[in-house]
Design a protein around this ligand. Structure first.
Ligand code: BV8
Length: 242
C-alpha cells in the first residue's frame, strides 16, 4: 500500500467514507458526473427544506423515482469487498456513507452509518418516528406510527445537519486509517473529514475514478473504477494483517 508498506500491520481501526462513486457501477446515478442527478435537477429545487416547503410534490416525486430505482439495482464488487472487510476485520471499522441507497447493507456490510439519511426510510415530521418505506410518498400517506399525513423523505438536505456526527468524529479520532472511496469531495462536512483525520495524524487513502477536490489532502490516491480498486485494496489490507 504505497508508503504504508509494512506499516499496514499497525492498522487496527479504520474509517471508510463512501460516496456515489461506489454505487455508480451498480447503475445508480452520481450527482456531479456527466448526466448526473444535478444535471437534471437544480439542487435548490429538490434537495433543500425550502424546496420541500415551496413545492412538496416536485421533491416527493424526485425521491419517489430514486427510491424505486435503487430497488432495481444490485451491489457491485466494491460493495461486496467492503462487506468482506466488515466480516473479516477484527479491529474497529466504520463505513460512513454519504449514499442513501442500501447497497452496502445488501452486500452484507453491518457497520454502516448513513450520514445523509436513507431512501428506504420515511420520516414523520409530526411524531419524529422513522419507518421503513419502499413505496411512494407523493400521495401523502399516513404515518404508520401516529397516522398523520406528515411523512417526508429521510434524507439530509442542504442546510440540514448530517446524522450522527459525534459518532463519526469519535471514530476518526480513534482511527489509524481513513479511506475515502468514490466521492468528489464537494460537500461538507463529509469533504472535510480527510483534513480532520490528517490533523490527528491518521493515515489517509483515496480510492476514486479521478482526482477529487480533496485529493491533495490524501497521503495516497489510487485511481480506477471502484469495482476493481476496492477489492484489490481489501485483499491487500487483509493480507497484511499480523
Ligand atoms: C450542513 C442527500 C450545517 C441528498 C446530500 C460553502 C462552503 C462550504 C460549505 C457550504 C457552503 N455553502 C453551503 C455549505 C454547506 C453545504 C455544502 O457543503 N454545500 C456545498 C455544495 C458547497 N452542506 C450542507 O448543507 C450539509 N449540512 O452543512 O449543515 C449545519 C450547521 C448547523 C446547523 C444546521 C446545519 C448537508 C449536506 C448534505 C446534502 N445531502 N445527499 C440526496 O441524495 O438527494 S449531498 C450529496 O452530494 C451526497 O450525499 C454527497 O454527500 C454529496 C457529494 O456527492 P458524491 O457522493 O461525492 O457524488 P458526486 O457525484 O459529487 O461524485 C462522485 C464521485 O465518484 C466523483 O469523484 C467521481 O469521479 C467518482 N466516481 C464516479 N464513478 C466511479 C467513481 N469512483 C469510483 N468508481 C466509479 N465507477
Amino acid at each position: 500500500m504505497g508508503d504504508m508498506n509494512g506499516k499496514s500491520n499497525g492498522i487496527r481501526n479504520i474509517v471508510i467514507l463512501t460516496g456515489a462513486g461506489v454505487s455508480a457501477e451498480s447503475g445508480i446515478d452520481t450527482f456531479r458526473d456527466g448526466g448526473g442527478l444535478w444535471e437534471q435537477h437544480r439542487v435548490e429545487d429538490v434537495a433543500t427544506p425550502e424546496a420541500f416547503e415551496r413545492d412538496p410534490e416536485l421533491v416527493l416525486r424526485f425521491y419517489d423515482m430514486r427510491r424505486e430505482a435503487i430497488q432495481t439495482k444490485e451491489p457491485n464488487p466494491a460493495h461486496d469487498a467492503l462487506a468482506r472487510l466488515d466480516r473479516e476485520w477484527s479491529g474497529e471499522l466504520l463505513i460512513v456513507t454519504q449514499n442513501v441507497d442500501d447497497l452496502h447493507e445488501r452486500a452484507g456490510a453491518r457497520r454502516v452509518l448513513h450520514m445523509h439519511g436513507e431512501h428506504l426510510n420515511a420520516w414523520c415530521t409530526a411524531c419524529d418516528v422513522r419507518s421503513r418505506w419502499t413505496g411512494t410518498l407523493i400521495e401523502r400517506p399516513a404515518c404508520p406510527e401516529c397516522g398523520e399525513a406528515a411523512l417526508r423523505p429521510d434524507i439530509v438536505w442542504f442546510g440540514e445537519m448530517p446524522y450522527r456526527m459525534d459518532e463519526i468524529f469519535t471514530a476518526i479520532r480513534e482511527a489509524d486509517l481513513f479511506v475515502s472511496i468514490g466521492t468528489s469531495g464537494a460537500v461538507y462536512p463529509a469533504a472535510g473529514f480527510v483534513r480532520d483525520a490528517k490533523s490527528l495524524g491518521v493515515e489517509t487513502l483515496e480510492l476514486n475514478l479521478e482526482r477529487s477536490q480533496g485529493s491533495h489532502w490524501f497521503d495516497e490516491t489510487r485511481l480506477g473504477p471502484a469495482s476493481s480498486i476496492v477489492p484489490d485494496w481489501v485483499e491487500e489490507i487483509l493480507g497484511n494483517r499480523d
